[in-house]
Design a protein around this ligand. Structure first.
Ligand SMILES: [Zn+2]
Ligand SMILES: [Zn+2]
Length: 195
């Protein structure tokens, strides 16, 4: 089990996220469940090089995941895939296995049934998500995640320069078009339009 108690994680998550909310409780439980399934006892400490996490939504629950796992975007140990789902996949690099944990659709309804006397939805769900057994909160699936060396924390390779915009590109994120090395923006994946 993770080294910290649930209440310690709650305090850390509240400080990092700016408030405590049902999403945070769910995210903490989700990450702790993932660590338990993988048998990772000290994700943010002794086991910190063992873990890469994928998150699938940019909402409250996601902010709680680095609190437990120690996986951060800036360390390349946290990967964001914007699928709009309250789900995360935890990859154990040492044992070469991965588990995807998904919040069940039924959990909100379950919260209403458990605490009908609490009118505030957020408070109702916070109470319920603390108390509910993991099987009521989450579905899990064991999965294979293909992580190339360029996706790993600590990957080192020469930086290349885009033939179009001349900006530097790290981690093999360049693409080749008609024999030219391009960044993904110049290759057509731009999410912004220059003014
Ligand atoms: Zn929140
Ligand atoms: Zn470019």
């Amino acid at each position: 089990m993770p080294l910290k108690s649930f209440d310690e994680y709650v305090a850390l998550a509240a400080a990092a996220h700016g408030h405590m909310c049902a999403g945070q409780i769910l995210g903490l439980r989700l990450a702790m469940h993932g660590m338990k399934l993988l048998g990772i006892d000290d994700p943010a400490g002794a086991d910190r090089k063992r873990l890469v996490s994928f998150v699938e939504i940019d909402r409250c629950a996601t902010d709680a995941i680095p609190i437990v796992t120690g996986c951060r975007l800036g360390k390349r140990a946290l990967k964001f895939r914007d699928f709009g789902k309250v789900a995360a996949t935890f990859c154990d690099l040492r044992d070469g296995r991965a588990v995807r944990v998904v919040a069940k659709e039924s959990s909100k309804q379950r919260a209403r049934e458990m605490y009908p006397e609490i009118e505030d939805r957020n408070a109702q769900q916070m109470h319920a998500y603390r108390a509910m057994p993991e099987d009521d909160l989450f579905d899990i699936q064991w999965v294979r995640v293909r992580l190339g060396p360029e996706d790993m924390p600590g990957y080192k390779a020469p930086r290349v320069t885009c033939a179009e915009c001349a900006e530097g590109i790290n981690f093999k994120r360049e693409v080749v078009r008609d024999g030219r090395l391009l960044c993904r923006a110049c290759a057509g994946e731009r999410y912004y339009e220059p003014l």
